[in-house]
Write a protein that binds this ligand. Structure first.
Ligand code: EPZ
Length: 421
């Protein structure tokens, strides 16, 4: 199993190019199932997760052309040969569950394995299934599979989400593009990835209004056409590197970083004493000299502070000059990184959804274990700051969501080397 050895203490200086957003790309790929015409996705992040989604789509009969290391992926679902997404492919990555809606909308039936829980929480899919039921689908759960049928097509409906779930909003929106009549999603999630997906769907001929607000209206059309779409830049990747620079000190331009989608993080970084400026090419992050100020974080759905940046902010606050708190309101078990950060000498206590971080002057390198994607990268940030050597084990999590992580960091002066146990 691969690991990363990090020699800490180097400031970061230079330019980091931000890749396409994983959490948009995975759903855009699933949306290719909605049309029998070719879909070309540009600025695709080359990640274990996006490659995995390509594998699932191939098993459904989608023609996938995506040469290794390239950032353009061509998908053609001219003929869907199977509407079954098997357990082995769905259990490894939750986003694969999002093929259910497009398959149901296009084929009238689909059988998709339940994704199951994961390290950060139970993550049920009841909102997704309730939405499809409201749209007229018959849903049966049998032996760990969701069997969905809408043989005469999905019908528009009013969906009141109990919580602004990102996945349920995206999934319902995609399926509703081919339903008969109007679907309204109330209490919809407002994450920028939803706007990216709606933008592509509209270019395919879908009729969508209100994406990016809490109420989305979709008027179903009979058919969608092919499209060429460029995946939005990854605000979570950009935010992660912003925090790496804030932690180590230095001056880095995050090229193509979507500043407008990073407002909450930028405010928190500024409050901590980090200089953040928006330039034509992206976002510049600078920190020189003095210790960071402690800043409290209340994790909320967008436009609030993103849960996918919570672990990294915790790593940043471990060396702040004082005490800060984080309240995680999205997932019930997303503090797995806290005990690992304490191995560096950090002082973090977790009680329910609140973590209290007493800043220490320095971190010391340690062997640590990655537990999930964002937790893993928080350990990398701690390793970049810590004195001496850190070994981050089980980094397959990192490869799921960060393209060329070592390359990007080392180009700015870090010392991160991949090895194996
Ligand atoms: C997406 O997950 C992202 N994943 C997550 O990123 C991200 O943390 C999350 O949105 C929140 O921003 C992808 O886009 C692939 P939710 P998703 O539905 O859609 C509960 C990463 O690191 N809920 O908004 O699964 C759920 O348990 C990943 O890249 C239900 O109860 O998140 C959670 O507590 C991790 N029933 C809350 O809602 C449902 O049917 C929000 O989940 C659906 C969700």
């Amino acid at each position: 199993m691969d690991n990363l050895t990090i020699k800490g203490g180097n400031p970061l200086n230079g330019t980091i190019r931000i890749s396409g957003a994983k959490n948009s790309a995975l759903k855009l790929m699933a949306a290719a199932l909605l049309t029998d015409e070719p879909v070309e996705l540009r600025n695709m992040p080359n990640l274990a997760d996006s490659r995995f989604m390509a594998r699932l789509l191939s098993t459904l009969g989608v023609d996938v052309y995506w040469p290794q290391n390239e950032n353009v992926c061509r998908l053609s679902a001219a003929e869907i040969t199977s509407s079954i997404a098997p357990y082995d492919l769905v259990r490894k990555m939750r986003a694969t569950f999002n093929v259910l809606g497009p398959l149901l909308a296009r084929m009238g039936h689909a059988t998709v394995s339940l994704p199951g829980g994961c390290a950060i929480g139970a993550r049920p899919v009841n909102f997704h299934l309730e939405a499809f039921e409201a749209m007229g689908a018959d849903i049966l759960i049998e032996q760990g599979y969701v069997k969905a049928a809408a043989l005469r097509g999905l019908k528009g409906a009013v969906i009141d989400l109990p919580f602004p779930s990102v996945g349920a909003t995206e999934h319902t929106m995609m399926a509703a593009t081919l339903a008969q009549g109007v679907t309204t999603i109330n209490n919809a999630a407002q994450e920028p990835e939803i706007v990216d997906i709606a933008t592509m769907l509209k270019a395919m001929g879908a009729k969508i209004e209100g994406e990016g607000t809490s109420s989305i209206r979709i008027e179903g059309v009979e058919k969608l056409k092919g499209v060429t779409h460029s995946v939005m830049p990854d605000r979570i990747e950009a935010g992660t590197y912003a925090m790496a620079v804030a932690a180590t000190g230095g001056n880095v331009l995050l090229e193509a970083a979507p500043a407008a989608e990073m407002t909450s993080l930028i405010e928190h970084l500024k409050a901590a004493g980090v200089k953040v400026s928006v330039e034509n090419e992206g976002v510049r992050v600078i920190r020189n000299g003095s210790r960071l100020k402690p800043v409290d974080v209340d994790v909320q759905p967008h436009p609030g502070f993103a849960t996918d940046l919570q672990a990294q902010f915790m790593a940043l606050m471990t060396t702040a000059d004082g005490t800060s708190t984080i309240t995680e309101n999205i997932f019930e078990n997303r503090y797995l990184h806290a005990p690992e950060l304490n191995r560096f000498g950090a002082d973090i206590r977790v009680q329910g959804k609140v973590a209290t971080i007493h800043g220490v002057e320095t971190l010391k390198g340690a062997p640590v274990m990655a537990t999930d994607l964002r937790a893993s990268v928080s350990l990398v940030i701690a390793g970049l700051v810590a004195e001496g050597e850190t070994v981050v084990n089980r980094i397959y999590h990192l490869d799921r969501g960060f393209e060329k992580l070592e390359e990007k960091l080392n180009a700015c002066g870090a010392s991160v080397v991949r090895g194996s146990e």
